[in-house]
Design a protein around this ligand. Structure first.
Ligand code: ADP
Length: 769
């Protein structure tokens, strides 16, 4: 078997993604590898594909035991024998798993790092053919990473204890050079093949908002995410509780996850989310490492996280299956202070000395500053992140909040000077609120008691309070202002330069919002209303099957795979295998029910071709690209009985003379296409008139031209003979004004395929136009 056939047979994919093939080939040549790829890039396949081709067992070290079960389930679903060994198993279950493993039952075994040096496990490993040791989430070995795990440090000891050194492959999404070096040296990788793929996740839309009211911003955002799965990260347990309660009160389906809950509740809530029993998970950053749920459509950060590494990792949990997904960060000035407090008050690690502690603190503060700059930058957000990870950023990605919103950079030096001189005059004794009241000239008891209205800076602020608050916050971030332990404002190290005019300060403000650009992800192109219905049926079927097998829905098929089914509409097993994400095993397991549903859908469409105008013309597989684009428009049939029906129909400008079908179709399109309905071609319109009995193709016709039926003539259709320049003649059907009105009035029914009583309608006064 080749690596390509393994990819197709088991995983149902036709192509490797960038970097996957290179790492797999290296592993198969016996080389160590270090793969640094963003979340969702497809790291698992890099070790799972070679694992199936190597002679012995692959051990995968993974830090989160709670997720091993799902990973193993996913492998079993695609026909790769796998198991996990961790503390969730009983002694007997572990014994049994090891016995099976000894007998060569499994190709891949997931194991928790703590387990490696446990005598029973070590003994098993020493007496079994271990071909590869894979270290997932390898950054856990580095103290410089965000998730240091001491048990990872003992991996080299385990490797050394094996009779033969296996290939060692390590994977992480953390890209900073320091962590990368740590992984290679601490794991003692031997001349590894290193691969750092691009960190860009094109299907993710990044946005930062600084709303006055975060809850309102969140609910407004979620209103557009009905039935979609997503995570809302909060920085503290109490925020998780209040946000989760508020969302449930507002009728959203939300669950919660944080370290203060019992293990049982955490597991239950996590499962509810993974199995799509709840839509939204509100959680602290304790939730998510190794979460494989591929159909997460959005990640909202209710608070700014502590650094870009954490942000990108958490946000990256959206859109893992390649579908378009949103990453929204709701920033407020308190977020900076909260994170700073956490850094200052972080629990000291027993193993590090005071110098290292100080170093780590400084590092964390620098990271926090970078995170804050991200929230305040006026330039491309994707560009900012990529630059942070050492990649060449685009000027504009056209797929982030900042590229959509035209931002203007304004000079705020004068505003800054007003604030700084006010703070200087208040001699560092007062907090931001009092400083703001003085600048705004806001009379209060405190101000008159302290005589602050006598200051020359009293009332010199000429903008609103929000602008003042955000400028003060900005000056804090720029080190022009500092807060002492009593939260009083004082001048910071960078203040002097600004006060003396030695430096100017600039800040972004919104100018206008640009229209949303086209989706970059062709796989997620918009579906027509009918295809949406099909998608929803497929999703229900997936949920049913997942429920009966007690596995998460995405383990059955990813969202991307279901969307692909909607577009391709496979009707045979062979066609089903062409769907991205369908391998032989999945075809065997699920082909039958899914194909039955797709076939039923095809029959429905045939019965009612007017509702699916595209497929009436051509078989679905041969649809052209431009047709697909049209599918996102509403079919004309949808207009029937809609509230806008009469309004739109009355806007169609009719000709006062008899006209041909092309001109007729044009005047109809001029109104409908403006209102989001599909355009109709002249041929399409005449096909509908044929189906409705006004036109016919005479049995002996050589030209297949359509002619009026008796009924057509009765309601006023005219045939006229015309001459071409070469002298030959042809016949054309003409639609006089009253017939135009009659047809226009019945357009929705015409396209819906409902029978029309033309003569009756004609007599009843359609002749109104
Ligand atoms: P990571 O571990 O890097 O975060 P995963 O290994 O979980 O990412 O993969 C993310 C998703 O991408 C999964 O749904 C996986 O099946 C899919 N995937 C991986 N490789 C490919 C590929 N070559 N073609 C299509 N989809 C892929």
């Amino acid at each position: 078997m080749t690596i390509h056939s393994v990819l197709k047979k088991h995983f149902g994919y036709d192509h490797f993604r960038s970097g996957q093939e290179q790492l797999i080939e290296a592993i198969l040549q016996g080389k160590d590898v270090l793969g640094i790829m963003p979340t969702g890039a497809g790291k698992s396949i890099c070790f799972q594909v070679p694992a199936t081709l190597m002679p012995g067992i692959t051990l995968v070290i993974s830090p989160l035991i709670s997720l091993m079960k799902d990973q193993v389930e996913t492998l079993l679903q695609v026909g790769i024998p796998a198991a996990f060994i961790n503390s969730s198993l009983t002694y007997r279950q572990t014994e049994l798993a090891l016995e099976n493993a000894r007998n060569g039952t499994y190709k891949i075994i997931y194991v928790a790092p703590e387990r490696l040096l446990v005598p029973e496990f070590l003994q098993f490993a020493q007496s079994s053919p271990i071909s590869m040791l894979t270290v997932d989430e390898a950054h856990c070995i580095s103290q410089w990473g965000q998730d240091f795990r001491p048990s990872y440090a003992r991996i080299p000891e385990f490797i050394a204890a094996l009779p033969q050194r296996p290939v060692v492959s390590a994977f992480t999404a953390t890209a900073t050079p320091r962590v990368r070096e740590d992984i290679a040296s601490l794991l003692q990788l031997q001349n590894p093949e290193q691969l750092i793929t691009g960190f860009d996740r094109e299907n993710l839309y990044f946005e930062v908002q600084s709303p006055q009211n975060k809850m309102s911003a969140l609910t407004a955002f979620l209103e557009n995410k009905k039935e979609k799965s997503g995570i809302v990260y909060c920085s503290t347990r109490s925020t998780v509780e209040s946000v989760c309660d508020a969302l449930n009160d507002k009728g959203f389906s939300a669950s919660r996850y944080h370290a203060g809950l019992s293990d049982r509740e955490r597991r239950k809530n996590q499962d509810d989310f993974l199995y799509d029993r709840v839509q939204i998970m509100v959680a602290t950053n304790a939730f998510g490492m190794g979460i494989d749920k591929s159909n997460v459509s959005f990640v909202v950060h209710y608070n700014m996280p502590k650094d870009i590494e954490s942000y990108y990792q958490e946000a990256g949990r959206a859109g893992r299956d390649g579908s378009l997904a949103d990453c929204l960060l709701l920033y407020s000035k308190q977020d900076y202070g909260m994170n700073l407090w956490m850094i200052e008050n972080a629990k000291k690690s027993e193993s590090s000395d005071p110098d290292t502690e100080e170093l780590i603190k400084e590092r964390d503060k620098k990271r926090l500053r970078d995170m804050t700059f991200y929230c305040n930058t006026g330039s491309c957000l994707r560009g900012f992140i990529l630059k942070y990870f050492g990649e060449k950023p685009p000027q504009h990605c056209n797929n982030c909040g900042n590229c959509h919103t035209k931002l203007e950079t304004i000079d705020i030096t004068i505003d800054a000077q007003k604030i700084l001189s006010c703070v200087a005059r208040m001699r560092g004794h007062y907090g931001a609120d009092v400083v703001a009241d003085v600048l705004l000239g806001q009379p209060s008891e405190t101000i008159s008691e302290l005589g602050l209205e006598k200051l020359s800076t009293y009332g010199i602020w000429d903008k609103d309070r929000h602008a003042l608050d955000t400028t003060i916050e900005y000056l804090l971030q720029m080190d022009c202002l500092v807060k002492n332990s009593n939260a009083a404002l004082g001048l910071g190290p960078a203040a002097k330069e600004v006060l003396t005019g030695g430096t100017t300060l600039h800040r972004k403000v919104e100018q206008e919002t640009l229209p949303t650009p086209d989706a970059k992800d062709p796989g997620s192109a918009a579906l027509s209303a009918l295809d949406q219905q099909l998608l929803s049926k497929l999703t229900q079927l997936r949920q049913q099957i997942a429920g009966s097998q007690n596995v998460p829905a995405y383990v059955v098929f990813s969202n991307q795979t279901l969307s692909d089914m909607c577009r391709q509409k496979p009707l045979t097993q062979r066609q089903f295998l062409q769907i991205s994400g369908v391998g032989e095993m999945k075809l065997w397991r699920y082909g039958k029910p899914f194909l039955a549903l797709l076939q039923e859908d095809a029959v429905e469409r045939k019965k009612n071709p007017s509702a699916d105008t595209d497929s009436a013309d051509k078989p679905s597989s041969s649809r052209s690209k431009s047709k697909r684009k049209e599918e996102s428009l509403l079919p004309l049939a949808e207009l029937a009985d809609s509230p806008e029906q009469n309004n739109l129909l009355s806007q169609i400008a009719l000709s006062e003379e008899p006209i041909g079908i092309s001109q007729f179709a044009k005047s109809i399109n001029s109104v409908f296409s403006e209102h989001g309905y599909e355009k109709i071609s002249a041929i399409h319109l005449s096909d509908r008139l044929l189906a409705a009995g006004l036109l016919q193709i005479p049995p002996q016709s050589e030209t297949q031209n359509k002619e009026p039926t008796q009924l057509g003539e009765k309601v006023g259709m005219i045939q006229e003979e015309r001459s071409k320049p070469d002298g030959t003649t042809y016949r054309i059907n003409l639609y006089p004004p009253h017939l135009q009105r009659l047809i226009v009035n019945h357009l929705p029914s015409l396209f819906k395929g409902t029978a029309i009583e033309w003569e009756k309608a004609d007599k009843a006064g359609a002749f109104t136009g």
